[in-house]
Ligand binder design. Structure first.
Ligand SMILES: [Zn+2]
Length: 318
């Protein structure tokens, strides 16, 4: 049977429902928890997060995939309580957002160590939480090119993905030639990899989304809602229509609908930074799905993007 690891245990992929494939309960740079200005009490974190997840559930959202890597504020016991209270399935990740967010202990580790660590978090559990990771996060460090550490993490992730059957999500899809070469060397089929953030305002022009799809990779339009129209847009914002047109153009290509996933990359309660006002995971229901309907997409197509493709991607492949 098809299974997916959530923080409250493995469930059949058919039960995931509508999936937000790239989100954050709370993301912060390593060390932000040490700056007393930015401490949030548990009460504050719950108060910011629970209403967003309840709203997500009310809109018909089924599963929230948290891709906050090790060292960036990942907090699995907290996710378990959020999931139990709101009814939203939460999938947690192992891995790192990028080499540049891995603390020194991990940054100096070998590929073997990292692969074993990821495998342990997927098959045994994350710390003593009893929860198993359902995806592996990797990414490209700031600077536009994969660093040596990024490459070690990608290689370790490929090995853990092959051993466990859990898929990989990437932060950024720039410098994809290097990533794809590593996955090929390790023998990992590219439909086990979601190349994320092809749509962000900084990197969209530099990202070879069509080429990656032609190689067999899955494509993440997963920064929906970071718009230049926001009152205080972040540097990776993009005009709303430009991103939507990019997405529609992409899925217009032969066979590409099956390769695409979409999400909002929002923070329920950001850690160590103010976050982006006016942007939540619920952009998917309040703006994106209505925009897709207005653009003429039918309900089957919308279901493919938000239900069928994520279920196929997240299913542990034996
Ligand atoms: Zn993210």
């Amino acid at each position: 049977m098809s299974r997916v690891n959530t923080v409250l245990g493995a469930i059949p992929a058919e039960e995931l429902g509508i999936v937000a494939i790239h989100e954050h309960v709370g993301y912060g740079m390593p060390g932000s928890e040490l700056d007393t200005r930015w401490w949030k009490t548990p009460e504050e974190r719950y108060a910011e997060t629970v209403p967003k997840l309840r709203q997500f559930h009310e809109y018909g959202g089924g599963t929230f995939v948290d891709v906050t890597g090790i060292c960036n504020g990942r907090d699995v016991d907290y996710y378990k309580s959020l999931s139990a209270k709101t009814g939203v399935h939460i999938v947690a990740c192992t891995g790192f957002v990028g080499g540049d967010t891995a603390l020194a202990f991990f940054a100096r580790a070998s590929v073997d160590y990292l692969a074993q660590h990821f495998t342990h978090e997927i098959t045994v559990g994350i710390g003593d939480t009893g929860s198993k990771a359902g995806v592996i996060k990797v990414g490209v460090s700031r600077g536009g090119r994969m660093t040596d550490l990024d490459k070690r993490i990608y290689r370790a992730a490929a090995r853990a993905a092959l051993r466990t059957g859990v898929p990989i999500l990437t932060h950024l899809a720039i410098d994809a030639e290097n990533a794809i070469a590593i996955f090929a060397e390790e023998g990992l089929p590219l439909d086990r990899v979601l190349f994320g953030h092809v749509d962000d305002g900084v990197n969209a022009d530099k990202t070879r989304d069509v080429w990656i799809a032609e190689q067999g990779g899955r494509i993440g339009f997963d920064t929906f809602g970071y718009e230049t129209e926001l009152p205080d847009p972040p540097f990776w914002a993009r005009p709303r229509k430009e991103r939507l047109d990019h997405f529609l153009r992409f899925i217009g290509g032969e066979g590409r609908l099956r390769q695409v996933l979409a999400s909002a990359d929002a923070n329920c309660s950001p850690l160590g930074w103010p976050g982006v006002k006016g942007h939540t995971v619920n952009y998917i229901f309040e703006d994106l799905i209505p925009d897709l309907r207005d653009a003429g997409l039918d309900e089957d197509t919308i279901r493919t993007v938000f239900v069928d493709n994520p279920a196929d991607f997240l299913t542990i492949r034996r």
